[in-house]
Design a protein. Structure first.
Length: 287
């Protein structure tokens, strides 16, 4: 997974402060958040969470973000935003694209459905000089069945924003908890079916990881069908065989022996992302 642009606290003439992070999430497996204490007191299945708390308390009055947790339950996934100093006002809604506040650039999010989360009257920094109240990473990539990405999207003039990347457009539920104060978003699992890819990218978690990397500028050729077929051919033979495109999703590959194979593929999501090979039919020799 590529390293997302870190958010830093800036005390410039404009008085701008943005969310700061510490890099990618430590994990025991690629793309999975490390275990941490349960984020909710509700009577549900236990969850794995990622939680990063500042080891000091901000002395200024007001609401401040202190931790973000993610967890997988039976039938749903969860993201939890924890605050000190009281619960802020908040809004959660679907978005075709999540933009970075105030720059207006697109926030990369794995998945094909997105939520924009905005907290009002709060921040992730406090004091003079500015100190971080949330010391965790700016991006979490658990790659659960539905919850794929939680990414900082701005901390500007009392508005603290996040983007949430989902595997599909499923239902979601938002509620609050106290002791400590938390805003919780549960997203229901959506059945995506068996992943269609049969080479290199062969599972949904692997695809979401590659998609997120691709969105951050890595391996741009993964969205080019001809180049994906060429990569497959190079993995089989020292020299690239003759490749002829039949249509948008089908290619003829002439092996060094003269055998002609048919390779087909698709982009398995409704948004931009890598193209994957879904079928390979070995052909006969000419004549």
């Amino acid at each position: 997974m590529s390293t997302f642009t870190r958010f830093a606290a800036i005390a410039a003439a404009a008085g701008l402060a943005v969310l700061a992070g510490c890099g990618t999430t430590p994990a025991s497996k690629p793309g999975l958040a490390r275990p941490a204490p349960q984020a909710s007191s509700s009577p549900r299945a236990s969850a794995t969470t990622t939680s990063s708390l500042a080891n000091w308390a901000c002395q200024q009055p007001g609401s401040y973000l202190t931790a973000i947790g993610v967890g997988e339950h039976a039938g749903s996934d969860r993201v939890v935003f924890r605050f000190s100093g009281g619960l802020p006002a908040y809004g959660v809604g679907r978005a075709a694209v999540v933009y970075q506040d105030p720059k207006g650039t697109t926030v990369p999010l794995a998945g094909q459905s997105y939520l924009r989360v905005v907290f009002r009257g709060t921040s992730a920094v406090c004091g003079q000089p500015l100190r971080r109240t949330y010391t965790g990473p700016p991006v979490l990539t658990p790659y659960y069945p539905e919850l794929l990405t939680v990414s900082a999207a701005g901390d500007f003039e009392g508005y603290l924003s996040f983007g949430v990347g989902l595997a599909a457009r499923g239902s979601y539920h938002v509620f609050t908890l106290t002791g400590p104060d938390r805003v919780v978003i549960d997203v229901s699992h959506v059945q995506l079916g068996k992943f269609p890819g049969i080479w290199d990218i062969t599972s949904w978690p692997r695809y979401w990881s590659q998609q997120y990397s691709w969105l951050n500028g890595h391996q741009p050729w993964l969205s080019n069908p001809a180049m994906v077929v060429e990569a497959w051919a190079r993995s089989r033979w020292p020299a690239t065989p003759v490749i002829t495109q039949v249509n948008a999703s089908t290619f003829k590959v002439t092996e060094p022996s003269g055998r002609v194979d048919t390779v087909s593929g698709t982009r398995p999501v409704t948004v931009p992302g890598p193209w994957v090979i879904t079928k390979i039919v070995r052909g006969g020799l000419p004549g």
